[in-house]
Each structure stands twice: as structure tokens, then as C-alpha cells.
Design a protein around this ligand. Structure first.
Ligand SMILES: [Zn+2]
Length: 467
């Protein structure tokens, strides 16, 4: 049945959203004025203050910065030298949370990093420098095998250092954190371009053995960052919260324009549109711009820890990490069947097509909420994209890659969803927070089990190294 009780509000939001430059103007300032906004840079705090000012200006209430402590990281120069069978110096960068260190050892080519390559005890990696590419769906795997899993499996196989090789040609090296649970990596981890990685592979194939020297000079040290929070208070059930959020820190080697700034700009724009045309809604809308996601989801983790007595009040968290750069934008729900049924009724009522998907992954700011049992989802690609990050996490993730229309799509879709999420009367809201046992059962489903198990082992390894 086509029934849209929010038609007038939708029209106002769509009309304003698709005729405003605001989202692109904000994105331009975030990228060109504040740079990477990486944890510990000057632009990080400037960006946080800027976004808080914008939220105030749009009419949000209780706008403030929430500081939190975390283990930060400062990049130092890194060296990669081929010692045998030829002598060559290759360009490389450290991966965030790599320690400073120097390793001389033989190269082990772990290919695209398929889990089967890491069969424990028999892999032949022990004592070597393991190289794996950033291929997202390695041969034989049905789900995304994340960098942290490839790195972690190398650790479990007693590797002495790790090389991450970009699977895309011509993008240079890709970055990405290798810390875990607030701890730095136990061994040096660097990244090389596809071309240099291919060169190393060829050498190894032709000569049977390649000896490398890796030197890293990075610093891991305590730092402070900030989450930016602002509310549009609800009129009937102000204690019930619908949250929209994206991190704002990019990696230090880039502007992080697609990931995450296009998402942060879309959150700001949704805040502007909802404040102007839909406020107040029955429930409170809370907007969050998270600090330091890239090297460990630190901001969102700090939030759920600091607000643990209010988590029952969060009816839904909508994650918008990089949402302005996602193709085929839809609503991905993190395995809540009853919310899919509800969203389908909205889908039928709005003449604004969007797809709905269901999945779970651990790699953005929805995850700390998910682990606490809170219903979560995000503006993501439906069906999910399988090719990888593209320019993401390279120095080429720059402002010129993002289109105004894409930002508008993300902000408008998020706004239309937020109106509906915040308007369901409490007695008709179809889900309640999962218990810790229910969260455990979700992650123990066959499709998530292997990843969850190896992640537990890797975390235990980091802990054992720290003791
Ligand atoms: Zn991101």
C-alpha cells in the first residue's frame, strides 16, 4: 500500500537537499582547510570545532565536544631494502600502530591473504616477513577478509614483520591500522604499491629466496581526541534516541574525502535538513561525528563506554561512514529481521527508491554499538560492493573524487529514514536491545563464526605480547 504520512516533510527535505551546495561546501572545508584530520594533527581539532559550530548554527541543542584518551600514533620514515638476490631500495610507508623496529629476514608471499594460506603451524611463515595483498575477497572466501585479519593471522604464524601490498595498480601504497584493543602491533608493518609488491613476488618466484630489511621509526603514545555531539530534542519521547553518525578522521596520508569526510558532511547536512524541516520529531535525534575511527574505532568505543547507562535509550544507530561516496546507497541493517519488515513498509510508501540489505561487519563505528546489543545499520551499498576500497586509504582519496549529488543522496536518504525511525511510537517499536548472550549468538552464526574465532585468537595474542 502506498501510504506516506510524512509527504509534506519529505517534499521540504528533498527540495532543500537537492538545491543546496551546503554539503559540498562543508566537505571542501573539511578536506582543503583541515587536511587529513588524522588523530593528533592540528586539523583534527579544527575540524571538530568547525562541525560543532555548524551544528549550533543549524539550530541543534546541547552541542558539545566529548574528549577521550586513546593510544595515538605518529608516523616516522620507513625503509624497505632488498638485500638478496639483488640490492634495491623500495618506497614504503608504515601502517598505523606499527612499532619502531628493524627486521632482517626472508620474504614469505602470502598471496591475496586467503585464510587457507595461514594454516597454523604448517604455513612456513615463522621467522619471515609476510606479504599479503589488499584483495578484499581472496580466492575461496565468501566474506571480506580485512587487513587486520591477514596481519593477525601472520602474527599467529610467528611472522617477524608484515608487508601490505595494494591490489590496485597505480594507487601507491594503501594504509590502514594494525593496532588492536588499544594496543600497538607487536611487529613492524609496512605497505607497498602494487608494482613494488609484484616485483618482490617475481623475485621470490625466480630465485626461491629473497632477503629483506625493514626499518620503522614510528611512535605510539597516549593522545586525546574528541567526539562532536548535538541533539534535536524529541517532543513526545525525548528520552528515546535515534543516532546518526560518521567518523571525521581520515588517514594521515590523504584528505580522506570519500572515507570518511563524505559521510561526516552528509551527517551535517542531514542535521541541517532535519532541523529546518522536521523538528521536533517524537523522539530525539542525536548526531555524532566520531574521532579516531581509522586506527581502532576509538571515538565510538569511548562513547558507548562513557554513556553505558543510557544505551537502553538508543533505539537505533545509523552509521554513515563515507556515505557520500557509496554507490547504490541503501539501508543495511545489522541482522534485525523485524526492522527490515518495518523499513519495507517505509520503502513502499516513499517515492524515493532505496534498497534494504542485512549483514554484519566489524569495521566501522556501528560496531561498538552492535557489541552492546543496540540496533544498528548504515547507509551502505546494496548489494554490498566486493571490489575493495578503490582510492580509499591511499593519498588519492581527495576532494575531487566526491560529487555534490552523491552527498545530497546520502543526506536526503538518511533524513527520510531518521524521520521514520524517530516517529514510531515506543509501543510499536519492534525490537529491543540484544542481551550479551544474543550478541554472542549472532556472531556465532556459521557465516560469521570463523572470523569471530580467529579475531579472538588474534586479540589474545596482542594481550600476551603486552604482558
Ligand atoms: Zn571510514
Amino acid at each position: 500500500m502506498r501510504d506516506n504520512p510524512f509527504l509534506e516533510t519529505d517534499r521540504a527535505i528533498v527540495g532543500d537537499g537537492y538545491t543546496s551546495f551546503e554539503a559540498l561546501d562543508n566537505l571542501t572545508i573539511l578536506c582543503d582547510d583541515f587536511g587529513s584530520r588524522f588523530g593528533g594533527t592540528e586539523g583534527e581539532k579544527q575540524a571538530a570545532d568547525f562541525m560543532a559550530e555548524k551544528l549550533e548554527h543549524y539550530g541543534l541543542q546541547n552541542v558539545h565536544l566529548e574528549p577521550f584518551d586513546y593510544l595515538g600514533w605518529r608516523r616516522g620514515p620507513a625503509e624497505l631494502e632488498v638485500l638478496e638476490p639483488v640490492q634495491r631500495t623500495l618506497a614504503c610507508i608504515s601502517l598505523p600502530h606499527s612499532p619502531a623496529g628493524e627486521v632482517k629476514a626472508e620474504l614469505f608471499d602470502a598471496g591475496d591473504g586467503a585464510p587457507v594460506t595461514f594454516e597454523e603451524g604448517s604455513s612456513g611463515m615463522a621467522g619471515k616477513i609476510v606479504m599479503a595483498s589488499s584483495e578484499t575477497f581472496p580466492a575461496g572466501s565468501k566474506s571480506w577478509v580485512h587487513r587486520s585479519e591477514k596481519f593477525g593471522r601472520s602474527l599467529l604464524n610467528s611472522a617477524r614483520a608484515f608487508i601490505f601490498m595494494n591490489h590496485y595498480p597505480a594507487y601507491g601504497p594503501a594504509t590502514g591500522g594494525v593496532g588492536r584493543g588499544g594496543r600497538a602491533a607487536p611487529i613492524p608493518a609496512i605497505s607497498v604499491s602494487n608494482e613494488d609488491g609484484s616485483f618482490l613476488r617475481r623475485l621470490l618466484k625466480r630465485h626461491g629466496a629473497v632477503t629483506l630489511r625493514i626499518k620503522t621509526t614510528d611512535v605510539n603514545e597516549p593522545m586525546v581526541s574528541w567526539n562532536v555531539i548535538g541533539d534535536l530534542p524529541g517532543s513526545e519521547h525525548p528520552q528515546e534516541l535515534v543516532m546518526l553518525g560518521s567518523h571525521y578522521d581520515g588517514h594521515d596520508i590523504s584528505q580522506g574525502a570519500q572515507d570518511p569526510a563524505s559521510g561526516a558532511a552528509a551527517v551535517l547536512e542531514a542535521a541541517r535538513l532535519l532541523a529546518a524541516h522536521a523538528s521536533p520529531l517524537p523522539c530525539t535525534l542525536r548526531f555524532a561525528l566520531w574521532g579516531v575511527e581509522e586506527i581502532g574505532l576509538f571515538g565510538s568505543k569511548a562513547y558507548v563506554d562513557a554513556h553505558s547507562d543510557e544505551l537502553d535509550e538508543i533505539r537505533f544507530y545509523l552509521n554513515m561512514d563515507g556515505a557520500g561516496a557509496v554507490t547504490n546507497k541503501g539501508l543495511v541493517i545489522n541482522e534485525w529481521g523485524a526492522l527490515e519488515t518495518l523499513a519495507k513498509t517505509w520503502q513502499r510508501g516513499i517515492a524515493y527508491p532505496f534498497e534494504i540489505g542485512q549483514s554484519v561487519n566489524a569495521h566501522s563505528d556501528h560496531y561498538p554499538f552492535l557489541l552492546r546489543g543496540i540496533p544498528t545499520g548504515g547507509i551502505e551499498s546494496v548489494p554490498s560492493s566486493t571490489s575493495g576500497r578503490g582510492y580509499g586509504h591511499t593519498r588519492h582519496d581527495t576532494l575531487d573524487k566526491v560529487e555534490l549529488r552523491e552527498l545530497q543522496d546520502a543526506a536526503v536518504l538518511a533524513s527520510l529514514l531518521a524521520i521514520r525511525l524517530a516517529s514510531v511510537p515506543p509501543e510499536r517499536w519492534p525490537v529491543t536491545r540484544r542481551s550479551p548472550e544474543e550478541v554472542g549468538a549472532l556472531l556465532d552464526r556459521p557465516e560469521y563464526r570463523e572470523t569471530a574465532e580467529v579475531q579472538r585468537k588474534i586479540s589474545a595474542f596482542y594481550k600476551s605480547q603486552a604482558e
